[in-house]
Design a protein around this ligand. Structure first.
Ligand SMILES: NC(=O)C1=CN([C@@H]2O[C@H](COP(=O)(O)OP(=O)(O)OC[C@H]3O[C@@H](n4cnc5c(N)ncnc54)[C@H](O)[C@@H]3O)[C@@H](O)[C@H]2O)C=CC1
Ligand SMILES: O=C(CO)COP(=O)(O)O
Length: 321
Protein backbone atom coordinates (compact mmCIF):
# COMPACT_ATOMS: atom_id res chain seq x y z
CA UNK A 1 0.00 0.00 0.00
CA UNK A 2 1.38 3.41 -0.95
CA UNK A 3 1.78 6.22 1.57
CA UNK A 4 1.49 9.97 1.02
CA UNK A 5 3.11 12.26 3.57
CA UNK A 6 1.76 15.81 3.63
CA UNK A 7 4.22 18.18 5.24
CA UNK A 8 7.97 17.91 4.72
CA UNK A 9 9.17 19.05 8.11
CA UNK A 10 11.56 16.97 10.18
CA UNK A 11 8.93 14.44 11.27
CA UNK A 12 7.18 13.97 7.92
CA UNK A 13 10.53 13.55 6.21
CA UNK A 14 11.73 11.03 8.79
CA UNK A 15 8.56 8.95 8.47
CA UNK A 16 8.82 9.08 4.68
CA UNK A 17 12.44 7.89 4.85
CA UNK A 18 11.83 4.97 7.21
CA UNK A 19 8.70 3.79 5.36
CA UNK A 20 10.34 4.03 1.94
CA UNK A 21 13.41 2.29 3.36
CA UNK A 22 11.14 -0.59 4.38
CA UNK A 23 9.83 -0.94 0.84
CA UNK A 24 6.61 1.14 0.89
CA UNK A 25 6.23 3.51 -2.07
CA UNK A 26 6.11 6.96 -0.46
CA UNK A 27 5.33 10.39 -1.90
CA UNK A 28 6.34 13.33 0.28
CA UNK A 29 4.53 16.59 -0.39
CA UNK A 30 6.42 19.77 0.46
CA UNK A 31 4.86 23.21 0.32
CA UNK A 32 8.20 24.54 -0.87
CA UNK A 33 11.56 23.13 -1.96
CA UNK A 34 10.29 19.78 -3.29
CA UNK A 35 12.34 19.89 -6.48
CA UNK A 36 15.56 20.58 -4.57
CA UNK A 37 14.83 17.70 -2.20
CA UNK A 38 14.02 15.35 -5.03
CA UNK A 39 17.26 16.26 -6.81
CA UNK A 40 19.49 16.24 -3.71
CA UNK A 41 17.77 13.15 -2.18
CA UNK A 42 17.83 14.96 1.15
CA UNK A 43 15.74 17.50 3.07
CA UNK A 44 18.65 19.81 3.76
CA UNK A 45 16.51 22.43 5.50
CA UNK A 46 14.48 20.41 7.99
CA UNK A 47 16.35 17.11 8.33
CA UNK A 48 19.87 17.46 6.98
CA UNK A 49 21.87 14.25 6.62
CA UNK A 50 19.65 11.22 6.03
CA UNK A 51 19.40 10.26 2.36
CA UNK A 52 16.10 9.54 0.62
CA UNK A 53 15.71 5.83 -0.22
CA UNK A 54 14.85 4.87 -3.77
CA UNK A 55 11.14 4.44 -3.11
CA UNK A 56 10.70 8.00 -1.82
CA UNK A 57 9.60 10.75 -4.16
CA UNK A 58 9.28 14.40 -3.13
CA UNK A 59 6.71 16.53 -4.92
CA UNK A 60 5.31 20.03 -4.79
CA UNK A 61 2.00 18.80 -6.21
CA UNK A 62 -0.30 17.79 -3.38
CA UNK A 63 -2.60 15.77 -5.62
CA UNK A 64 0.30 13.38 -6.39
CA UNK A 65 0.85 12.61 -2.72
CA UNK A 66 -2.88 12.57 -1.96
CA UNK A 67 -3.39 9.80 -4.51
CA UNK A 68 -1.68 7.33 -2.12
CA UNK A 69 -3.70 4.73 -0.19
CA UNK A 70 -2.96 6.25 3.22
CA UNK A 71 -2.10 9.84 4.05
CA UNK A 72 0.08 11.01 6.95
CA UNK A 73 -0.51 14.64 7.94
CA UNK A 74 2.74 15.91 9.43
CA UNK A 75 2.37 19.66 9.84
CA UNK A 76 2.43 21.60 13.12
CA UNK A 77 -0.85 21.39 15.06
CA UNK A 78 -1.94 24.98 14.44
CA UNK A 79 -1.42 24.43 10.67
CA UNK A 80 -3.54 21.27 10.44
CA UNK A 81 -6.91 22.98 9.97
CA UNK A 82 -5.76 25.40 7.24
CA UNK A 83 -4.08 22.51 5.41
CA UNK A 84 -7.13 20.22 5.69
CA UNK A 85 -9.56 23.00 4.73
CA UNK A 86 -7.55 24.00 1.70
CA UNK A 87 -7.28 20.43 0.42
CA UNK A 88 -10.48 18.93 1.85
CA UNK A 89 -11.62 17.45 -1.46
CA UNK A 90 -8.32 15.59 -1.95
CA UNK A 91 -8.36 14.24 1.62
CA UNK A 92 -11.98 13.16 1.84
CA UNK A 93 -11.95 9.49 0.89
CA UNK A 94 -8.91 7.79 2.41
CA UNK A 95 -7.46 7.09 5.84
CA UNK A 96 -5.82 10.16 7.36
CA UNK A 97 -3.20 9.71 10.05
CA UNK A 98 -2.52 12.92 11.97
CA UNK A 99 1.10 13.06 13.12
CA UNK A 100 0.97 16.36 14.98
CA UNK A 101 1.08 16.87 18.74
CA UNK A 102 -0.96 19.66 20.18
CA UNK A 103 -4.25 21.29 21.08
CA UNK A 104 -5.77 23.79 18.66
CA UNK A 105 -6.07 27.37 19.89
CA UNK A 106 -9.64 28.62 19.90
CA UNK A 107 -11.41 25.27 19.56
CA UNK A 108 -9.20 23.38 22.08
CA UNK A 109 -9.54 20.34 19.81
CA UNK A 110 -6.82 17.77 19.17
CA UNK A 111 -5.83 16.64 15.66
CA UNK A 112 -8.53 13.97 15.38
CA UNK A 113 -11.20 16.48 16.40
CA UNK A 114 -9.99 18.96 13.79
CA UNK A 115 -10.09 16.31 11.06
CA UNK A 116 -13.55 15.20 12.21
CA UNK A 117 -14.78 18.76 11.70
CA UNK A 118 -13.08 19.49 8.39
CA UNK A 119 -13.20 16.13 6.60
CA UNK A 120 -15.81 14.16 8.58
CA UNK A 121 -16.12 11.43 5.94
CA UNK A 122 -12.42 10.45 6.07
CA UNK A 123 -11.44 7.59 8.39
CA UNK A 124 -8.85 8.95 10.84
CA UNK A 125 -6.09 7.94 13.22
CA UNK A 126 -3.31 9.56 15.21
CA UNK A 127 0.38 8.58 15.26
CA UNK A 128 2.21 9.81 18.35
CA UNK A 129 4.79 8.77 20.93
CA UNK A 130 8.44 9.17 21.88
CA UNK A 131 10.60 9.67 18.81
CA UNK A 132 12.97 12.26 17.51
CA UNK A 133 12.81 12.62 13.74
CA UNK A 134 16.58 12.20 13.47
CA UNK A 135 16.42 8.87 15.34
CA UNK A 136 13.63 7.53 13.11
CA UNK A 137 15.43 8.56 9.94
CA UNK A 138 18.70 7.03 11.17
CA UNK A 139 16.92 3.70 11.57
CA UNK A 140 17.32 3.66 15.35
CA UNK A 141 14.73 1.59 17.24
CA UNK A 142 11.55 3.55 17.97
CA UNK A 143 8.14 2.61 19.37
CA UNK A 144 5.05 4.75 18.78
CA UNK A 145 1.31 4.62 19.40
CA UNK A 146 -1.17 4.32 16.55
CA UNK A 147 -4.52 5.47 17.91
CA UNK A 148 -7.67 4.69 15.94
CA UNK A 149 -11.24 4.37 17.19
CA UNK A 150 -12.03 1.78 14.50
CA UNK A 151 -10.21 -1.45 15.43
CA UNK A 152 -10.03 -2.92 11.91
CA UNK A 153 -8.61 0.22 10.40
CA UNK A 154 -6.24 0.59 13.36
CA UNK A 155 -4.89 -2.92 12.79
CA UNK A 156 -4.43 -2.28 9.07
CA UNK A 157 -2.59 0.98 9.68
CA UNK A 158 -0.46 -0.61 12.39
CA UNK A 159 0.72 -3.27 9.95
CA UNK A 160 1.17 -0.84 7.10
CA UNK A 161 3.17 1.74 9.05
CA UNK A 162 5.35 -0.55 11.19
CA UNK A 163 8.87 -1.31 9.95
CA UNK A 164 11.72 -3.37 11.41
CA UNK A 165 12.89 -0.29 13.34
CA UNK A 166 9.61 1.60 13.84
CA UNK A 167 7.33 -0.47 16.06
CA UNK A 168 3.73 0.65 16.42
CA UNK A 169 1.47 -0.27 19.32
CA UNK A 170 -2.26 0.17 18.84
CA UNK A 171 -4.98 1.75 20.95
CA UNK A 172 -8.60 2.78 20.40
CA UNK A 173 -8.20 5.59 22.93
CA UNK A 174 -7.59 8.48 20.53
CA UNK A 175 -8.29 11.14 23.17
CA UNK A 176 -5.73 9.70 25.57
CA UNK A 177 -3.05 9.26 22.92
CA UNK A 178 -3.36 12.75 21.51
CA UNK A 179 -3.57 14.45 24.90
CA UNK A 180 -0.46 12.63 26.11
CA UNK A 181 1.48 13.82 23.06
CA UNK A 182 0.18 17.36 23.35
CA UNK A 183 0.49 17.97 27.08
CA UNK A 184 3.97 16.49 27.53
CA UNK A 185 5.33 19.36 25.43
CA UNK A 186 4.06 21.88 27.99
CA UNK A 187 5.75 19.99 30.82
CA UNK A 188 8.93 19.79 28.72
CA UNK A 189 8.99 23.60 28.50
CA UNK A 190 8.69 23.77 32.30
CA UNK A 191 11.46 21.18 32.74
CA UNK A 192 13.75 22.97 30.30
CA UNK A 193 13.15 26.19 32.20
CA UNK A 194 13.91 24.54 35.54
CA UNK A 195 17.13 23.02 34.24
CA UNK A 196 18.12 26.27 32.50
CA UNK A 197 17.56 28.13 35.77
CA UNK A 198 19.90 25.71 37.54
CA UNK A 199 17.19 24.23 39.79
CA UNK A 200 18.60 20.74 39.31
CA UNK A 201 17.54 17.25 38.31
CA UNK A 202 15.48 16.72 41.48
CA UNK A 203 13.30 19.70 40.59
CA UNK A 204 12.91 18.32 37.08
CA UNK A 205 11.81 14.93 38.43
CA UNK A 206 9.23 16.72 40.59
CA UNK A 207 7.93 18.71 37.60
CA UNK A 208 7.74 15.59 35.44
CA UNK A 209 5.83 13.67 38.10
CA UNK A 210 3.43 16.46 39.04
CA UNK A 211 3.15 17.30 35.36
CA UNK A 212 2.16 13.74 34.65
CA UNK A 213 -0.49 14.05 37.40
CA UNK A 214 -2.02 17.10 35.73
CA UNK A 215 -1.84 15.47 32.28
CA UNK A 216 -3.80 12.57 33.77
CA UNK A 217 -6.38 14.83 35.42
CA UNK A 218 -7.11 16.60 32.15
CA UNK A 219 -7.14 13.41 30.08
CA UNK A 220 -9.48 11.62 32.47
CA UNK A 221 -11.82 14.60 32.57
CA UNK A 222 -12.10 14.17 28.80
CA UNK A 223 -12.73 10.43 29.00
CA UNK A 224 -9.25 9.04 28.32
CA UNK A 225 -8.02 5.85 29.96
CA UNK A 226 -5.23 6.16 32.57
CA UNK A 227 -3.45 3.21 30.88
CA UNK A 228 -3.06 5.26 27.70
CA UNK A 229 -1.41 8.09 29.57
CA UNK A 230 0.92 5.56 31.20
CA UNK A 231 1.96 4.29 27.76
CA UNK A 232 4.23 5.45 24.96
CA UNK A 233 2.12 8.44 23.98
CA UNK A 234 2.03 9.85 27.53
CA UNK A 235 4.64 8.70 30.00
CA UNK A 236 7.02 7.53 27.25
CA UNK A 237 7.03 10.81 25.41
CA UNK A 238 7.12 12.81 28.65
CA UNK A 239 10.35 11.06 29.64
CA UNK A 240 12.00 11.61 26.25
CA UNK A 241 11.00 15.22 25.87
CA UNK A 242 11.71 16.35 29.42
CA UNK A 243 15.19 14.86 29.59
CA UNK A 244 16.79 15.58 26.24
CA UNK A 245 18.16 18.69 24.62
CA UNK A 246 17.14 17.01 21.37
CA UNK A 247 13.65 18.37 22.16
CA UNK A 248 12.75 21.81 20.82
CA UNK A 249 10.20 22.29 23.62
CA UNK A 250 12.82 21.52 26.26
CA UNK A 251 15.36 23.81 24.59
CA UNK A 252 12.73 26.56 24.36
CA UNK A 253 12.21 26.20 28.12
CA UNK A 254 15.95 26.49 28.69
CA UNK A 255 15.88 29.66 26.57
CA UNK A 256 13.14 31.09 28.80
CA UNK A 257 15.39 30.61 31.80
CA UNK A 258 18.18 32.45 30.05
CA UNK A 259 15.70 35.21 29.06
CA UNK A 260 16.39 34.44 25.42
CA UNK A 261 12.80 33.61 24.61
CA UNK A 262 10.68 35.25 27.30
CA UNK A 263 7.36 36.43 25.96
CA UNK A 264 8.28 35.47 22.40
CA UNK A 265 7.55 32.44 20.25
CA UNK A 266 10.42 30.40 18.89
CA UNK A 267 11.50 30.49 15.24
CA UNK A 268 11.29 26.68 15.08
CA UNK A 269 8.25 24.53 15.79
CA UNK A 270 7.58 24.55 19.56
CA UNK A 271 4.17 22.94 19.92
CA UNK A 272 4.00 23.33 23.70
CA UNK A 273 3.67 27.13 23.59
CA UNK A 274 0.30 27.31 21.81
CA UNK A 275 -0.81 24.07 23.43
CA UNK A 276 -0.15 25.45 26.92
CA UNK A 277 -2.59 28.28 26.23
CA UNK A 278 -5.20 26.04 24.63
CA UNK A 279 -4.93 23.39 27.36
CA UNK A 280 -5.11 25.96 30.15
CA UNK A 281 -8.25 27.39 28.57
CA UNK A 282 -9.84 23.95 28.30
CA UNK A 283 -8.81 23.04 31.86
CA UNK A 284 -10.39 26.21 33.27
CA UNK A 285 -13.65 25.39 31.50
CA UNK A 286 -13.55 21.83 32.82
CA UNK A 287 -12.59 22.91 36.34
CA UNK A 288 -9.40 20.82 36.17
CA UNK A 289 -6.34 22.06 38.06
CA UNK A 290 -3.23 22.39 35.89
CA UNK A 291 -0.85 24.56 37.91
CA UNK A 292 2.30 23.81 35.90
CA UNK A 293 0.54 24.52 32.62
CA UNK A 294 -0.86 27.77 34.07
CA UNK A 295 2.63 28.76 35.21
CA UNK A 296 4.04 28.11 31.72
CA UNK A 297 1.30 30.29 30.21
CA UNK A 298 1.95 33.08 32.71
CA UNK A 299 5.66 33.10 31.81
CA UNK A 300 4.98 32.92 28.06
CA UNK A 301 2.54 35.82 28.31
CA UNK A 302 5.05 37.86 30.30
CA UNK A 303 2.70 38.02 33.30
CA UNK A 304 5.26 36.34 35.56
CA UNK A 305 9.01 36.07 35.65
CA UNK A 306 10.30 32.53 35.72
CA UNK A 307 11.41 32.71 39.36
CA UNK A 308 7.97 34.02 40.36
CA UNK A 309 6.32 31.12 38.51
CA UNK A 310 8.54 28.62 40.33
CA UNK A 311 7.80 30.31 43.68
CA UNK A 312 4.07 30.16 42.97
CA UNK A 313 4.31 26.41 42.32
CA UNK A 314 6.35 25.85 45.50
CA UNK A 315 3.92 27.94 47.57
CA UNK A 316 0.87 25.85 46.67
CA UNK A 317 -0.93 24.30 49.67
CA UNK A 318 0.60 21.06 50.91
CA UNK A 319 -1.62 18.10 50.01
CA UNK A 320 -1.77 14.37 49.54
CA UNK A 321 -0.01 12.98 46.49
N1 LIG B 1 10.52 16.61 14.88
C1 LIG B 1 10.25 15.57 15.65
O1 LIG B 1 11.17 14.92 16.16
C2 LIG B 1 8.83 15.15 15.89
C3 LIG B 1 7.77 15.97 15.56
N2 LIG B 1 6.50 15.56 15.82
C4 LIG B 1 5.38 16.42 15.50
O2 LIG B 1 5.27 16.59 14.11
C5 LIG B 1 4.64 17.84 13.84
C6 LIG B 1 5.46 18.55 12.79
O3 LIG B 1 6.71 18.82 13.40
P1 LIG B 1 8.07 18.87 12.60
O4 LIG B 1 8.00 18.08 11.36
O5 LIG B 1 9.13 18.55 13.55
O6 LIG B 1 8.12 20.43 12.25
P2 LIG B 1 9.14 21.22 11.39
O7 LIG B 1 9.27 22.54 12.04
O8 LIG B 1 10.38 20.46 11.12
O9 LIG B 1 8.40 21.41 10.00
C7 LIG B 1 7.09 21.87 9.87
C8 LIG B 1 6.78 21.74 8.40
O10 LIG B 1 5.41 22.00 8.20
C9 LIG B 1 5.32 22.77 7.00
N3 LIG B 1 4.07 23.51 7.04
C10 LIG B 1 3.66 24.41 7.94
N4 LIG B 1 2.44 24.85 7.62
C11 LIG B 1 2.07 24.19 6.49
C12 LIG B 1 0.92 24.22 5.67
N5 LIG B 1 -0.13 24.98 5.97
N6 LIG B 1 0.92 23.44 4.60
C13 LIG B 1 1.95 22.66 4.32
N7 LIG B 1 3.06 22.58 5.05
C14 LIG B 1 3.12 23.35 6.12
C15 LIG B 1 6.53 23.66 7.02
O11 LIG B 1 6.84 24.12 5.73
C16 LIG B 1 7.59 22.70 7.54
O12 LIG B 1 8.18 21.97 6.51
C17 LIG B 1 4.56 18.59 15.16
O13 LIG B 1 3.26 18.52 15.66
C18 LIG B 1 5.51 17.83 16.06
O14 LIG B 1 5.14 17.88 17.42
C19 LIG B 1 6.23 14.36 16.36
C20 LIG B 1 7.25 13.52 16.70
C21 LIG B 1 8.62 13.85 16.48
O1 LIG C 1 7.69 14.99 20.03
C1 LIG C 1 8.89 14.86 20.04
C2 LIG C 1 9.55 13.68 20.61
O2 LIG C 1 8.65 12.63 20.78
C3 LIG C 1 9.75 15.94 19.52
O3 LIG C 1 9.90 16.87 20.53
P1 LIG C 1 10.07 18.41 20.19
O4 LIG C 1 8.92 18.82 19.33
O5 LIG C 1 10.12 19.07 21.52
O6 LIG C 1 11.39 18.53 19.47
Amino acid sequence: MSVGVLGAGAFGTALAIVLAGAGRPVTLWAREGADEMQAARENARRLPGPRFPEGLRATGDLSEAAAAGTLLLAVPMQRLRPLAERHAAALADRPLVACCKGVELGTTLGPAGVLAEVVPEAPRAVLTGPSFAADIAAGLPTALTLACAEPDLGARLQAQLSTPTLRLYRTEDVTGAELGGALKNVIAIACGAAMGAGLGASARAALMTRGFAEMNRMAQALGAAPATLAGLSGFGDLVLTCTSEGSRNYRFGMGLAESRAQGTEAAETVEGAATARAAAERARRLGVEMPITEAVVAVLDGRMALNEAMETLLARPLREE
